[in-house]
Ligand binder design. Structure first.
Ligand SMILES: Nc1ncnc2c1ncn2[C@@H]1O[C@H](COP(=O)(O)OP(=O)(O)OP(=O)(O)O)[C@@H](O)[C@H]1O
Length: 581
């Protein structure tokens, strides 16, 4: 046997810290905060150089000394990665797997699963309830990476199955722990909203049935304080929460030490949790990162978008990092057919959306607006259209939000108006259409919003309205649409980027509520508007759990209205005229 091959076999799963940074980390000097050296860059237009990051060239170089780690030859691995656009960067990257069966039958993990026959069978059984035929590309690569206990940063399109890509190896890891290693909270999963934490929690419960693992979601922090955090005495638990709630608990006596057992810290929507500022989670994430100080702790960061800054942080601070990205980074999902519509002004928006509903639509539909005030306003406008419509925003109580989410999932609500609160990670099955009623604030926000449709390989549709006010900010979104092969009007190819001044202006307008406060309803007469509206609101809320057969049946969806098309033509003419002059 080739000595190199023998060496590889003997050292499988051992890592060698050779770089000064890794040495520093081993000695406990690694920076345990989230301070960063690079400014935030959120340029989605930037060409990604991920092809340089693939290990395909490296593999080519190493092809003289095949690894044979998974008994698949190197060519097959390269082919598999190319086929599924799996780009990887790092040292000694575990090979991708094509199917879960391969894990249990062919790979080096076979022994681990053989030792755990009962549990592995149970995990497979739990997985079979999903009725998936194939693994998604991110699952093919991340499952072996995490099973090898490697720290990772994973970027894959919206709706591509990232949640299971971390839950499957995490649960395998936890079932593999010996009895004496099982005390306390072994894993922490962070997500930016309570809705997303709850979704991950439910997925975790489903997948961990019968595995002696205890997933836990903090829904009432005060109750846990009263109970002296007894719930966390359970062994082998996974805590799933938002940074806000965890920070609140960390401030209470008797909780901090509970994080000392954490061996996996997983951050979903990681770029969101790295955001700075008043509304950002950065400081909280930093404090939690520090509190998880078990020497065995490993970190895994997931999102459909990553800023260069977060990537740099991961490279500097994570141990022997494996970076995985599927396709080109920060791109919209190819499964969403995207349209962009000029609607002139606020009245144009209303006209366009009313026409869209009049001409026929196919629920479920999600409508994104910028603020909770805007959500209330649009709700009041659309409730008169005889639609099963509701809204979700941070102004509603937890109970109301849960009810609305449930009704939407059950098909009792056809059209759901929401703010950015549902912009990240939420997996409603089969959303047919996402409408960006208010123009998204950034390319990143756009990618995540439209990603609520076209999930798990299904086709989806997104329409984005823009007004004259949005023109300076159009280019980024147009580039994203074009990159995925969707059509945009010709004149949009020549748009310029918005200046910093224009960005500041837009923010100021938003603060002043210029996009938010709108004129009174035209079809409400004699000052009865408020009464009528609030009554209708109440009915709508109470009715959300009932079937209402009186309402018009949704038809097959057609494209935007003729009036809006006329507006676009008019605008096109105007632009041509300006160009001539
Ligand atoms: N292998 C698979 N085959 C088919 N569907 C899958 C597979 N794995 C997961 N799914 C389904 O795909 C949907 C989207 O998965 P998930 O919510 O994990 O996406 P995501 O990549 O985290 O998206 P986002 O970036 O929007 O958070 C879920 O309904 C999930 O059950």
């Amino acid at each position: 046997m080739d000595p190199n091959d023998l060496f590889k076999r003997l050292t499988t799963n051992l890592s060698f810290d050779s770089t000064p940074l890794q040495l520093k980390r081993k000695l406990g000097n690694q920076p345990k905060d989230l301070s960063l050296k690079q400014p935030i860059e959120e340029d989605l237009d930037e060409e990604e150089s991920e092809n340089q990051n693939t290990n395909i060239p490296q593999n080519k170089k190493k092809s003289k000394k095949p690894k044979n780690l998974f008994q698949i030859n190197q060519e097959k691995i390269n082919h598999l990665r190319n086929l599924h656009h799996i780009n990887v960067n790092g040292n000694d990257i575990p090979n991708p797997i094509e199917s879960l069966d391969q894990l249990y039958n062919e790979t080096e993990f076979k022994k681990m699963f053989d030792d755990l026959k009962e549990h592995s069978k149970q995990l497979m059984q739990n997985l079979s309830s999903y009725r998936f035929i194939e693994l998604t590309p991110i699952q093919m690569q991340i499952i072996p990476v995490m099973l090898n206990n490697r720290e990772t940063m994973a970027c894959a399109p919206t709706g591509s199955g990232k949640t299971l890509s971390f839950l499957i190896p995490l649960l395998s890891y936890m079932t593999n722990l010996k009895q004496e290693e099982r005390s306390g909270i072994k894993a922490l999963i962070l997500a930016p909203t309570r809705e997303l934490s709850q979704q991950i929690y439910l997925e975790c419960c489903r997948l961990s049935t019968g595995l002696n693992i205890n997933p836990y979601l903090i829904s009432n922090a005060n109750k846990e304080i009263k109970n002296n955090f007894k719930i966390f005495d359970k062994e082998n638990s996974i805590l799933i929460t938002t940074p806000n709630r965890l920070i609140f608990l960390l401030g209470q006596d008797g909780f901090k030490h509970r994080l000392k057992d954490v061996e996996w810290m997983i951050v979903d929507e990681a770029d969101k949790l790295f955001e700075e500022g008043q509304k950002g989670f950065r400081d909280q994430l930093g404090a939690i990162y520090k509190a998880c100080d078990n020497p065995k702790v490993k970190h895994a960061f997931f999102s459909a978008t990553f800023t260069n800054e977060v990537e740099e942080w991961c490279k500097l601070n994570l141990n022997n990092l494996v970076q995985v990205s599927i396709g080109r980074k920060n791109k919209a999902s190819y499964t969403v057919d995207q349209e962009i519509c000029y609607v002139g002004n606020e009245e144009g928006k209303l006209l366009a959306i009313r026409n869209l509903f009049k001409e026929g639509f196919e629920p479920p539909i999600l409508i994104f607006v910028e603020t909770k005030e805007r959500a209330e306003y649009l709700f009041k406008e659309l409730i008169y259209e005889n639609l099963n419509v509701d809204l979700i925003s941070s102004d509603r109580t937890q109970q109301q939000r849960d009810n609305t989410m449930r009704s939407f999932r059950q098909g009792k609500i056809w059209v759901l108006i929401c703010t950015e609160i549902l912009g990240r990670g939420i997996d409603f099955k089969g959303v047919n259409l996402v409408i960006n009623y208010d123009f998204p604030q950034s390319g990143i926000s756009y990618v995540h919003r439209i990603g609520r449709s076209g999930r798990a390989g299904k086709l989806g549709h997104a329409i984005t309205y823009f007004t004259d006010n949005d023109l300076p900010y159009l280019k980024k979104i147009v580039n994203i649409i074009r990159d995925t092969g969707c059509k945009v009007p010709d004149y949009m190819h020549e748009l310029k980027d918005s200046s910093k001044k224009e960005n500041r202006k837009k923010k100021a307008l938003l603060k002043k509520g210029k996009f938010g406060k709108l004129k009174g309803k035209k079809n409400v007469k004699n000052g009865t508007k408020n009464k009528q509206t609030s009554k209708k609101n109440k009915i709508a809320k109470n009715d959300s759990d009932k079937e209402n057969t009186d309402k018009p049946k949704p038809k097959e969806k057609k494209n935007t209205s003729k009036k809006v098309e006329k507006l676009i033509k008019k605008k096109d003419k105007k632009i041509k005229k300006v160009k001539k002059n």
